[in-house]
Design a protein around this ligand. Structure first.
Ligand code: GUN
Length: 287
């Protein structure tokens, strides 16, 4: 048996068609063009690529976008002042601060400066709190993309065992909450977990966001499980995930590739959140 490979690129393209239509109808009905501002501090090459991709996607969908590229040494107040200006700018409905920030900057203070009604990353404590309490507004983009890929397998999560490897605020914690909201029994693993193989092997759904190339092999996977690989590790041979693709495809029921799995979904979900923010603005639904 060989796993069904989940084509994240194709799913993302499908979603983009709907989003382009949503952009047109918001412009037609309310005269509002969704606008996204992206802030990048420093010149991390991978972040640069992500920021460029976001701009291109905005153009493709007919949205407005702004890039704010700041030197690595920019003082925190300068960044928060820019965020305050963007909070007050009616052309901008979504604000994204590309992570990671340079080490010397207090990430929490910067993210908390974003108005929660423009926080399309869903990283502000208000939006995280809404997610914890089961009534999210802006769901973090990678977790939202993961859930959409799982939804399209047609598998009902109620009562299933879901294991998440990694406990980051960006992926591990929020995706665990989303799986829980779909009534899965959720286990979160991390670097101190004892018997990772045993815990992963119980999972009907295995989401891996650990940031370690090929951490998950054949032995970690229950036959027939859905395996979602969130890892993006740069190796001389190219990009590899946290899952050993060749091994795991022989046991899993469904598997996402790297690249072409979760990655394209993240950006689609960012656009979806920005359009949602613009719609809330246009219809005055924001608090
Ligand atoms: N860096 C890696 N993933 C993300 C993300 O989802 N949002 C932001 N802002 N930065 C990231």
């Amino acid at each position: 048996m060989s796993a069904t490979i989940i084509d994240g690129k194709a799913v993302a393209r499908d979603i983009q068609l709907q989003l382009a239509e949503d952009v047109r109808s918001l412009a037609r009905d309310r005269g509002v063009v969704p606008g996204l501002a992206v802030i990048l501090v420093g010149d991390d090459p991978a972040s640069r690529v992500y920021v460029n991709n976001k701009r291109r996607m905005c153009e493709k969908l007919g949205m407005y976008s702004e890039e704010h590229l700041l030197p690595a040494a920019t003082p925190r107040e300068e960044i928060t002042n820019l965020i305050k200006r963007l909070n007050a700018d009616d052309r901008i409905h979504g604000i994204l601060v590309q992570l990671p920030l340079p080490d010397r900057l207090d990430e929490r203070a910067v993210l908390e400066a974003v108005d929660p009604s423009k926080d399309v990353d869903g990283f502000h404590p208000v939006n995280m709190g809404r997610l914890v309490m089961g009534s999210p507004v802006f769901v973090p983009c990678t977790p939202a993309g993961i859930m959409e890929l799982i939804r399209r397998t047609g598998i009902d999560l109620a009562g299933k065992r879901a294991t998440v490897v990694g406990r980051s605020n960006i992926v591990g914690k929020p995706v665990s909450l989303l799986l829980l909201a779909q009534h899965a029994t959720v286990t979160i693993c991390h670097s101190r977990t004892v018997d990772l193989v045993g815990v992963c092997r119980e999972a009907d759904i295995l989401v891996v966001a650990a940031g370690r190339a090929r951490l998950i092999g054949r032995d970690h996977v229950k036959p027939g499980a859905v395996v979602i690989d969130v890892g993006i590790n740069r190796e001389p041979s190219g990009l590899v995930g946290d899952v050993d693709f060749d091994e795991v495809r022989e046991v899993a029921g469904y598997l996402t590739p790297v690249p072409g799995g979760v990655g394209p979904m993240t950006i689609a979900m960012l656009m979806k959140n920005t359009i949602l923010a613009a719609r809330r603005f246009a219809y005055c639904e924001h608090p």
